[in-house]
Design a binder for this molecule. Structure first.
Ligand code: NAD
Length: 254
């Protein structure tokens, strides 16, 4: 039987990268998916995620234009889940990173990153919880980072925002229980535009240094995070809330 049959998921930042991997994984296990992104097409080109879901899986999917810093966009995405029977799973994944020297970070840049990564997650959870509260509950999954657990000197604002996502998760696990489970995923080094272009780690001189820390000796792929999201979304994780699931090939623990 399908783990997520009759479930509907909203995934923010699902046009590209990890969000797309999560959306496809949830759909492979039977969930209808609302792809919510500020972009309509993937970074780097290719078919929009909802088209790939409909081509590659049996699941239904749609896309909604959504900037997670605007409450209205989040409401629109969650409303769209109504056409599939209403939201059961909310994945707050939208986010970005930046290389910066701590002493040179200006407050506008700080505010913007906190708006997207931290406030976007907060509001995504808030709007989803309202809707899930009207039905029979659900699962909220927040995408933090290995950097929500440990620091990288070049990413002080990013680390701050991802630490906020981690502790928000603990707070909500308590506040929204027992109807709604709330967990965080902490990806390690995953191959996306973020890690190849925005804050390049893969394909750079530093790659070997990062890889040396990864016990499983490979960089992660979006599907690696997608499968973790399937677990947390499904009844397999029925007794799991307030958990930080680190999916990093052993990077932070070995
Ligand atoms: P990505 O750039 O490939 O994808 C991010 C997606 O989020 C894009 O489609 C983008 O349009 C969307 N997005 C950005 N700002 C948005 C906004 N305001 N509203 C709606 N959508 C928005 O990056 P990725 O690597 O897939 O990152 C996804 C998440 O995973 C982020 O939260 C990131 O911090 C986290 N993460 C990534 C890694 C990694 O190694 N790639 C590691 C840990 C955590």
């Amino acid at each position: 039987t399908e783990l997520l049959a009759d479930r509907t998921a909203v995934v923010t930042g699902a046009a590209s990268g990890i969000g797309r991997g999560i959306a496809l994984s949830l759909a492979r296990h039977g969930a209808a998916v609302v792809v919510a992104d500020i972009r309509d097409t993937p970074r780097g080109g290719g078919a929009p995620t909802h088209e790939r879901i409909e081509d590659e899986t049996e699941a239904r999917a749609t896309s909604v234009h959504c900037d997670v810093t605007e409450r209205e966009g989040i409401v629109d995405a969650i409303e769209a889940a109504g056409t599939f029977g209403g939201i059961d799973v909310m994945v707050n994944n939208a986010g970005y990173s930046r290389n910066e020297a701590f002493t040179e970070v200006d407050t506008a840049a700080y505010d913007d990153m906190m708006d997207v990564n931290a406030k976007g997650t907060f509001m995504g959870a808030q709007v989803a919880a309202e809707r899930m509260g009207e039905t029979d509950g659900g699962s909220i999954i927040n995408v933090s980072s290995a950097e929500g657990l440990q620091g990288i000197g070049e990413h002080p604002t990013y680390g701050t925002s991802k630490g906020a996502v981690r502790t928000l998760t603990y707070s909500l696990a308590d506040a929204l229980a027992p109807e709604i489970r709330v967990n965080a995923i902490h990806p390690g080094l995953i191959e996306t535009k973020m890690t190849t272009e925005d804050t390049p780690m893969i394909g750079t001189d530093d790659e070997d240094e990062f890889r040396e820390k990864i016990a499983l000796d490979r960089v992660g792929q979006p599907d690696d995070i997608g499968r973790a999201a399937v677990f947390l979304a499904s009844d397999l994780a029925g007794y799991v809330t307030g958990e930080s699931l680190v999916v990093d090939g052993g990077m932070t623990s070995t």
